[in-house]
Design a binder for this molecule. Structure first.
Ligand SMILES: *[C@@H]1O[C@H](CO)[C@@H](O)[C@H](O)[C@H]1NC(C)=O
Ligand SMILES: *[C@@H]1O[C@H](CO)[C@@H](O)[C@H](O)[C@H]1NC(C)=O
Ligand SMILES: *[C@@H]1O[C@H](CO)[C@@H](O)[C@H](O)[C@H]1NC(C)=O
Ligand SMILES: *[C@@H]1O[C@H](CO)[C@@H](O)[C@H](O)[C@H]1NC(C)=O
Ligand SMILES: *[C@@H]1O[C@H](CO)[C@@H](O)[C@H](O)[C@H]1NC(C)=O
Ligand SMILES: *[C@@H]1O[C@H](CO)[C@@H](O)[C@H](O)[C@H]1NC(C)=O
Length: 327
């Protein structure tokens, strides 16, 4: 046998054949192709070619060790239809995202309940309807639950407080009704940042929320009423509070402010009393108490005069810089 022929033969045999180097799990591939079909073969998923390795397809990722699909992140796509049932058949999924897809409709897909490895669930800027499902509280590994900018209705499931690893929960800009659950003052483990703005939440903010060290609470643009002074207090570590555009009614002069507070928005409520002197001692980066029923002199000092008059306008009788002098 010719020596160079042998050399070439060795070279060919030592080269990994494509069938050996394919990482994609065949079950995952089948599921993904069905998902593509159910979404109407959108242009966004054109790289999902059955003749190629699914680990290299657009908007999916494979785990390095298991080679199973662990992320499906669809972002800003021209896709019409519902979330396909197939997403529940990607058992290694840790990140599921459908973001900024205006024609994505229907409810939050029930098969998502099977995805117990999910760490991030982000269904946002879509047109999803229906309720926030109870089953989400079973996805114990979730660190981020983001369902903002949808058309979700119904009440907030109390069971969400059973999620022990949540860093943040975004339910803002939906059509949610009812009260903030009492259980939101009883998160065990990680205490999440909570975003509930632009909904139709009613009633009082539960007192239990005063028992936890939150760092961000955004309840703005709802229909909340009553007293929330328990959210403040010297023993808290909260940094950002946005309660603007509600119907809250309490005496601000009785509130003790936590040193950690850097952003406070209370505009458009029915808050009365005067501004506490303690405001001078805070490192405030944002402050707005306009459109309330406050009275008396604005404390002079700290960062309070770095905000313009629009942070203070439309109260009963607030006065002093940056508003006109007190009489
Ligand atoms: C949404 O769907 C409508 C009609 O079904 C279509 O005309 C439009 O182009 C779609 N838009 C996007 C961004 O997908
Ligand atoms: C979205 O896709 C539909 C059908 O595939 C097409 O008619 C429409 O023009 C696309 N819209 C945009 C904004 O690309
Ligand atoms: C929902 O769909 C409507 C029209 O069908 C559209 O005007 C709106 O922008 C969509 N919402 C979001 C958040 O994309
Ligand atoms: C702050 O103190 C009040 C009353 O002493 C207590 O009920 C509450 O649990 C404390 N909150 C925090 C976050 O420590
Ligand atoms: C909240 O943080 C403060 C200051 O670090 C601490 O004194 C207080 O015990 C904490 N409260 C809870 C309920 O963790
Ligand atoms: C404070 O709120 C009022 C009322 O919404 C608004 O007009 C003003 O611009 C706000 N100020 C700042 C600094 O955001």
């Amino acid at each position: 046998m010719n020596l160079s022929f042998v050399a070439i033969l060795i070279l060919i045999l030592s080269f990994p054949s494509p069938s050996i180097s394919v990482r994609c799990n065949p079950k995952d591939k089948q599921v993904l192709l069905q998902i593509k079909k159910d979404l109407g073969n959108p242009y966004h998923l054109a790289s999902w070619d059955p003749n190629t390795d699914c680990c290299y397809w657009y908007v999916v990722k494979c785990d390095r060790k298991t080679n199973r699909i662990n992320a499906l992140t669809v972002f800003q796509a021209n896709i019409s239809g519902q979330i396909p049932t197939g997403v529940g058949d990607l058992p290694y999924l840790e990140i599921l995202q459908f973001h900024h897809i205006t024609n994505l409709t229907g409810t939050i897909q029930p098969t998502i309940a099977k995805l117990t490895n999910l760490r991030m669930l982000r269904l946002s800027f879509t047109n999803l309807t229906g309720p926030i499902p109870e089953f989400l509280s079973q996805l114990k590994k979730l660190t981020l639950l983001e369902l903002d900018y949808n058309q979700l209705t119904g009440t907030i499931p109390a069971s969400l407080s059973q999620l022990p690893n949540l860093n943040a929960i975004y339910l803002d800009r939906n059509k949610l009704t009812g009260q903030i659950p009492e259980s939101f003052g009883k998160f065990k483990g990680q205490i999440p940042d909570i975003y509930l703005s632009h909904n139709s939440l009613t009633g009082q903010v539960p007192r239990s929320l005063g028992d936890l060290n939150f760092s961000t609470l955004d309840f703005s643009r709802n229909k909340l009423e009553g007293d929330v002074s328990f959210l403040f207090g010297k023993n808290k570590t909260i940094q950002t509070i946005d309660l603007s555009r509600n119907a809250l009614e309490f005496d601000l002069s009785k509130v003790e402010l936590p040193e950690s507070l850097t952003s406070l928005d209370l505009n458009h409520n029915r808050i009365f009393g005067s501004l506490p002197q303690g405001l001078k001692d805070l490192q405030l980066q944002f402050f707005n108490v306009s459109y309330n029923r406050l009275c008396g002199q604005i404390p002079q000092g700290g960062t309070l005069q770095t905000f313009d008059m629009y942070s203070y306008l439309h109260n009963k009788c607030l006065c002093g810089s940056p508003l006109p002098d007190c009489k």
